[in-house]
Design a protein around this ligand. Structure first.
Ligand SMILES: Cc1cc2nc3c(=O)[nH]c(=O)nc-3n(C[C@H](O)[C@H](O)[C@H](O)COP(=O)(O)OP(=O)(O)OC[C@H]3O[C@@H](n4cnc5c(N)ncnc54)[C@H](O)[C@@H]3O)c2cc1C
Length: 270
């Protein structure tokens, strides 16, 4: 390629994420007082495929105070609305994709103080949104001797998918921290899974019960570990797994799903 054919590169330019697909809410189902399943649908979902469990999609919502959905443009570094403001984009797990019905389910935690959490509490059929993705999921090692899945309420959709996808004969231990007892949900049935629901004590920091559960877990050699939840708690879990237990990095996926005190996701991987 000659120099003139090379595309100009901008310092710090990032690869443009997949385009936004316009959708509308088709159904809303309250799975618990803390979790709402929203079925998004529309012809733009044609061709959306999700290969692995625990993947991600970015959900674009109307800006707070507005009903209208404005799709932002990519400026080489980030998405911006025509008026220069940042759009409201949050990350969720694509829980179910139906290519025939052109539907996508996401399950959103009602935690009280966020745009997506507030949006989903009052979401109704016909409400506009858009999704982009999917982002990378979890490639399952079918030869692993055992799995540990751990997370907080935001990880319940991904953990449910993983329980459906892991090899049936492999033992799986699951630890889920809930900030409220009402957040417990029925998980997919699996013969060789043990599930521990860990209540976050009043006044404790998000992730405290999850950190304690992972610290106390009995891991047979070679166990594959998947953990997601609040970013600071996951730093403790990373240190515990990789330093205290000396787990090889490739044996664990530790993913920050949100960060205390900060809007938007905290997607960082081990
Ligand atoms: C790969 C990936 C997959 C994810 N999958 C899911 C999913 O399937 N379901 C899901 O509900 N979330 C999921 N999340 C997490 C979700 O993106 C964040 O919780 C997001 O911040 C929620 O947006 P919000 O607008 O409600 O709150 P924000 O406006 O982003 O945050 C407002 C405030 O609420 C706090 N906050 C955010 N989330 C929580 C929470 N769960 N509990 C308590 N406080 C919180 C923030 O720290 C901030 O102070 C995922 C994140 C990633 C990276």
């Amino acid at each position: 390629m000659s120099r003139s054919e090379r595309r100009p590169t901008t310092v710090g330019a990032r690869r443009e994420p997949p385009r936004f697909r316009r959708v509308a809410v088709r159904r809303v189902e309250h799975l618990s007082p803390r979790m709402v399943r929203v079925t998004l649908a529309g012809p733009d979902l044609e061709g959306l495929t999700v290969e692995h469990p625990a993947a991600s999609v970015r959900l674009l919502l109307p800006s707070p105070g507005g009903q209208e959905l404005v799709v932002p443009s990519w400026n080489g570094n980030e998405f911006l609305l025509p008026d220069g403001r940042r759009p409201t984009i949050r990350t969720f797990t694509p829980r179910r994709v139906d290519a025939e019905a052109l539907e996508l389910d996401v399950e959103i935690v009602i935690h009280g103080g966020g745009v997506a959490s507030e949006w989903v509490e009052v979401a109704e059929p016909g409400d506009p949104a858009a999704i982009s993705g999917p982002g990378r999921g979890y490639a399952i090692d079918r030869d692993a001797p055992a799995f540990l899945l751990a997370g907080d309420e935001t990880a319940i959709p991904a953990i449910s998918q993983l329980l459906e996808a892991l090899p049936a004969e492999t033992p799986v231990q699951v630890h889920i921290e809930v900030a409220h007892p009402d957040a417990r949900l029925a998980l997919p049935d699996r013969p060789r899974a043990t599930v521990e629901w860990c209540d976050l004590p009043p006044g404790a920091s998000s992730g405290d019960a999850l950190v304690a559960a992972v610290r106390g877990a009995d891991l047979v050699p070679g166990t594959k570990v998947w953990v997601a939840g609040e970013a600071a708690a996951l730093q403790h879990i990373r240190r515990h797994l990789f330093e205290d237990r000396g787990l090889p990095r490739a044996q664990a996926s530790v993913r920050g799903y949100w960060k205390h005190g900060r809007s938007g996701d905290a997607d960082d991987d081990a």
